[in-house]
Design a protein around this ligand. Structure first.
Ligand code: CP
Ligand code: NVA
Length: 329
């Protein structure tokens, strides 16, 4: 089994690097800020000239194990792997449910003998961690209920593309304190962006994440603030972000959530009060006219489909970095 180094280090003293500290990409917690910038620069080059990177994963295979539905993550990974000259193997969750037919640990060990990496989507983050711990190859979190780090890569890359920087950019997040927000908090803290979060009471982001980022924000100068007022959050915002009110696995809470989140809808009322050059973001899938209105999704200031496209470019950069290392077999 490969040895992982996940302990956080003092963040200011490292140079950008073409290899990450951890063999895996499970959350943004483990990633050094300089490595994020390195990844964005690589993604930028890949977006401009995809052909120049066409054999980066030549001869490499990745397993895609998704226990929950996906359009963007699955397709962008499979297309990205193909564009880099690699091969992806989709494992049907009906045929091979993780930890049901056999243990997560055994699946991870077996797949490490065939594949050069794996992308997982599971409800419980601990399942991805257990898989990564047992696997000899890089493991990527394609969403768990706790984190969605690949989404944040595309989100920050999109903001960087629009505003040419991330440092001191003001992001407003309106909605649920969920996986997408947890990852956005880590990402914003690391790149020195400010994040103003507005959630209904009782739907705040993970306390563990908020505690965790204290040292990071101290070093980066990023300000992460919480409130229960969307109009407070959008003051001076460059980017306004929302996500669904009912995430995968929360379907039974739907009725209550729809009531609790109603005042947090991103509508023209928000758009009209926001700074004129601000952009609107959503990780998708969106429930049109629920958490975000039709007019806002399709508004010229919406960058939602650029965000979706950028999943492809940022994940290609991620794959190239993670799989570019020598394999331990
Ligand atoms: N944004 C996102 O992860 O979309 P999918 O659930 O369709 O992969
Ligand atoms: N928070 C959402 C994100 C989907 C990409 C969910 O977990 O369902």
């Amino acid at each position: 089994m490969s040895k992982k180094k996940t302990k956080s280090k003092k963040v200011s003293s490292r140079k950008p690097s073409d290899s990450f500290e951890s063999k895996d990409f499970l959350s943004l917690k483990e990633l050094h800020p300089a490595n994020l910038e390195f990844l964005f620069k690589l993604a930028e080059r890949m977006k401009k000239d995809p052909a120049a990177f066409a054999s980066k994963l030549k001869g490499k295979s990745l397993a895609i194990l998704f226990q929950m539905p996906s359009i963007r993550t699955r397709v962008s990974f499979q297309v990205g792997i193909a564009e880099l000259g690699g091969n992806s193997v989709y494992v049907d969750p009906q045929e091979s449910p993780l930890g049901d037919r056999e243990s997560v640990k055994d699946i991870a060990r077996v797949l490490s003998r065939y594949c050069d990496g794996a992308v997982l989507r599971t409800y419980h983050h601990s399942q991805i961690e257990a898989f990564a711990q047992a696997a000899d190859v890089p493991v990527i979190n394609g969403l768990s209920q706790a984190h969605h780090p690949c989404q944040t890569l595309a989100d920050l890359f999109t903001i960087r593309e629009k505003f040419k920087t991330l440092s001191r950019i003001n992001i407003a997040y309106i909605g649920d304190g969920n996986n997408v927000l947890n990852s956005l908090i880590y990402g914003s803290a690391k790149v020195g962006a400010n994040l103003a979060v507005a959630t209904p009471r009782g739907y705040e982001p993970s306390e563990e994440v908020l505690k965790d980022i204290k040292l990071i924000t101290k070093e980066s100068g990023s300000k992460i603030t919480l409130s229960n007022n969307p109009f407070t959050a959008i003051k001076n915002a460059h980017a306004i972000y929302t996500d669904v009110w009912v995430s995968m696995g929360q379907e039974k809470q739907r009725e209550q959530r729809l009531k609790d989140f109603q005042p947090f809808q991103v509508s023209m009322a928000i758009l009209n009060k926001a700074p004129k050059d601000s952009v609107f973001m959503h990780c998708l899938p969106a429930h049109r006219n629920e958490e975000i209105t039709e007019e806002v999704i399709d508004h010229p200031r919406s960058v939602i489909f650029d965000q979706a496209e950028n999943r492809l470019h940022t994940q290609k950069a991620l794959l190239t970095i993670l799989l570019g290392r020598k394999k331990k077999r």
